[in-house]
Design a protein around this ligand. Sequence first.
Ligand code: K7E
Ligand code: CUA
Ligand code: CA
Length: 646
Amino acid sequence: MNEAKMNPVDEMPDPSRRKFLNTAAVAGIAGAGLSVGLSACNKDAPAPTAGAAAQPVAAASHAANAHLKPGELDTYYGLWSGGHTGDFRVLGLPSGRELHRVPCFVPDALVGWGHTNESKAIMGTKPDGSLRYTVADTHHTHASYKDGNYDGRYAWINDKINSRIARIRLDYFICDKITELPNVQGFHGIFPDKRDPVDPAINYTTRVFCGAEFHIPLPNDGRDLDAPEKYRTLFSCVDAESMEVRWQVLIDGNCDLAATSYDGKLAATNQYNTEGGYHYEGMMSAERDACLFFNIARIEQAVKDGKFTTFGTSKVPVVDGTKTANADPKTALVAYVSVPKNPHGVNASPDGKYFICAGKLSPTGTVIELSKVLEWFDGKLDDVDKAIVAEVELGLGPLHTAFDGRGNAYTTLFLDSQIVKWNVEAAIKFHAGDKGAQYVVDRLDVHYQPGHINASQSETMFADGKWLCVGCKFSKDRFLPVGPLHAETEQLVDISGEKMVLVADHPVRPEPHDFIIFKRELLSPKQVYDINEFPLAVKDPKEAGVFRDGNKVTVKITSLAPAFEPREFRLKVGDEVTIILTNLDKIEDLTHGFAIPKYNVNFIVNPQETKSITFKADKPGVFWCYCTHFCHALHLEMRSRMIVEA
Ligand code: K7E
Ligand code: CUA
Ligand code: CA
């Protein structure tokens, strides 16, 4: 594998070396060989630098495009997942500047997320009022659609650790709802639908699909602990508005990534563990796994008809999507399409015609034609595997695919540390027997071991083929060393021409996994809150003050630069205190903070926003509540004196 990296960028790989990975090679990747594959990340391994050296330097014009002058705004938004940090990141592109982090699953000290009453109610608490979870692992973020493009309402993001889905309102860039999925573990792939399969008037997102990766006993209440062959997993549908789980599908195998069709009829998930293996080797024993297609209209009809079961305390209807129950295409809820060994991503092409699965342990890309899957459901295609219109070699370790809207796909090759640009129609011709069809258009070395990839507007019908970003899992030598933990490299690639041009490296805190990129015109975020969105709002400084009911005390505070009202307030040790703070400033960008020393309190209030926080006054003394957000020339003077009497 290292020798592959010695090849110059443009040299086509030796085909004999790129046969379908045999069992020994897979064992190699899985075991000792993984370190071989990854040894490229080792400083001693000379391999990747050879490719890097051969790399053409970015053309000045491209570089100039990506470098914005001071004061210039980006032309694209990027929505990135944060990974271990459990947040949702907002980038400007092409500059790559990080503009915002929206906390959702994990507490955040800037906005007071996980501290204020409002955020705790969204995150979920235990009976003692503490947070149910404080860790998360976000991988995938996708936004709501209308007419095949983003409509700027919502984005969703997954937490793989605790199987939670969070919704982000894109008008304020805040998380407003979190739902924990029942009956599953390892919620990984996520994708909103793009229209309704039945009602043509619903040409926008109303469902979000969630795939679960890990097999568990059903229900997971202590039964079947030592009977892993009985463990199962489910594919879930969440209502985009209510964020309630509408239904789940019991399946054979597992879910990894998810995708949806532009006609709203199908949702898909790729599977790497059709074996139901519960040991590592067991998940790699079969030569082929699958990509599943869910017939949304039929599933919802089955739920309506009462053809479902439930598990444990969950009331969510679960329909039977297993293979044996779905052998008859005319009634099948799910189609199982065979895909080579342990595939990873599944992506819908912007023309709405194809789904592409990347091979991971097979060096191939599989192209599945959607109209043929629908023909199978209609009983017009005898074998659903005939929906596969191409299965072509791309390189080693294919993971995810993006599109340029000109018929080309861009797939990351993890082991080769490359992006391969390939033409989908040419691949279909090649697969059909035209061995002269040159489907590989270009290859680009990236740094290093790329996972996710996406291009501007790639996940919409309006893919514009301008910019492409690739999330590289290893940065190795690309940045100044900062100790053992390396940043990851998000690389920017210009894809407007025939050849890909690497334009910029950006370090990111690990690890974003997935992201989407779209035109800035599709969003129009608000700069000032609507005070009426907050039932607790203190709308006038005259309403501020201390309101006592026994030992329950409410302190209503307003901020108006550069002063809080009231300037001091009095409490007694033992009081249960709720502070409600409304920022009455209406000016854009005029945010105040509120911190109480020794009481572990800090949060911000944006213009016209209200937040509250509840704590026990357990320490007597004087505590200077102060503004933590620089707001005014008299910011340092912006304080309120909290007096706690013994
Ligand atoms: Cu989207 Cu990283 Cu969760 Cu592929 S996964 S890389
Ligand atoms: Cu208000 Cu600083
Ligand atoms: Ca497998």
